[in-house]
Write a protein that binds this ligand. Structure first.
Ligand SMILES: [Zn+2]
Length: 349
């Protein structure tokens, strides 16, 4: 059973509508010189290859660059995404400003770098109803040539998620769906995008801190990270380089139905639904009956058409039951594959 009205991600249902690639050829793999045998060490005999044999000896120096997968979306692994979700959940509650969220950031940062992404820590302090809190967004960019820092002018799309969890004094809230699902899946997206370096260079991955309201959603409580990020795009004059954005939030429910806000920007949403149709998962997407207050709002206000892929129909929302057993790898895969399919279609040229 699904609830009609809910807030996912601590979202307040808003009455008013509101107002982001990697195909570089892989660098040729370096051929490693064979280590000389230590003096006195027996030189291992090289395997012999018979003339005319069908198997040729490997010639590592001539190994061709790894081909970019034609159907990139098939590379997204629900299981690998789930493993990242688990890592986050196992850290316990991860509210903004806590020691646990710093561990969550370290895990996200490590996974991104392992996949070849450059990570910017966007730190800021804001006054909240409970005093000043330090927030940190993580912004990942990809350079096909592995330049550091990665250039910030090649990105055309923003894919984002919040990784903080709502602070509760009465329950132990670990946000398996609300916080971890989308963030874990975004790390798997990073791994897959890196298989297509030219496409990866066109995507900016953003992990927002402070999505959750400290007390209750208002204009000034909640969406701390996305509001700061949007301001930074405005001041750095980068907003204009983005064609669209896709926010992921609560995408792990076993019984997945993405509830699209009715004011989702077009044609972006139609294109995503077409991708879902092509991949045979169109039935997992429906329209919600009202607007949703979430991290896509500040981006839309900045005139970057951004859709919220969220399953707001989640009974365990903001309860102690938002735990790993509610999450299925297949749901994570569905959203990951649809997003990848769309990215290829929209950014291939
Ligand atoms: Zn929430």
């Amino acid at each position: 059973m699904k609830r009609t009205l809910k807030g996912s991600a601590g979202l307040l249902v808003a009455a008013a509508a509101l107002g982001l690639s990697a195909c570089k050829p892989n660098p040729p793999e370096r051929s490693e010189p064979e280590a000389p045998a230590e003096p006195g060490e027996a030189v291992p005999a090289k395997p012999e290859f018979k003339a005319g044999a069908s198997k040729l000896p490997p010639d590592r120096s001539a190994k061709p660059a790894k081909p970019v997968p034609v159907e990139l979306w098939k590379e997204f692994s629900g299981e690998k995404a789930f493993a990242e979700v688990r890592k986050q959940v196992e850290l316990g509650p991860r509210p903004s400003g806590s020691g646990e969220i710093e561990k969550a950031r370290a895990a996200i940062d490590a996974s991104l770098r392992a996949a070849g992404w450059d990570v910017e820590r966007q730190e800021f302090t804001e006054t909240t109803p409970r005093g000043p809190v330090k927030f940190v967004n993580l912004v990942a960019r990809f350079s096909p040539s592995m330049a550091r820092p990665a250039p910030a002018n090649t990105q055309r799309a923003i894919i984002c998620s919040h990784y903080d969890t709502k602070r509760f004094s009465t329950i132990r809230f670990t946000g398996a769906n609300d916080g971890a699902s989308s963030s874990g899946a975004l790390l798997e997206l990073a791994r897959v995008l890196a298989l297509d370096p030219q496409l990866a260079a066109k995507v900016e991955l953003v992990f927002f801190d402070g999505e959750e309201a400290v007390v209750q959603f208002t204009e000034s409580d909640g969406l701390y990270g996305s509001r700061f990020y949007a301001r930074s795009l405005r001041t750095s004059q980068r907003a204009g380089q983005f064609q669209f954005g896709i926010l992921w939030d609560m995408i792990g429910d076993k019984d997945l139905t993405i509830t699209l806000p009715p004011d989702s920007p077009q044609p972006l949403t139609q294109n995503l639904l077409r991708a879902a149709d092509k991949l045979g998962v169109r039935s997992r997407f429906a329209y919600h009956d009202r607007s949703i207050w979430d991290d896509h709002v500040p981006l839309n206000q900045l005139k970057i058409p951004t859709v919220d892929l969220i399953d707001f129909d989640y009974l365990a929302w903001h309860t102690a039951d938002d735990t790993l057993d509610q999450i299925s790898p297949e749901s994570l895969r569905t959203v990951g594959a649809v997003t990848l399919y769309h990215l290829r279609e929209a950014l291939a040229k």
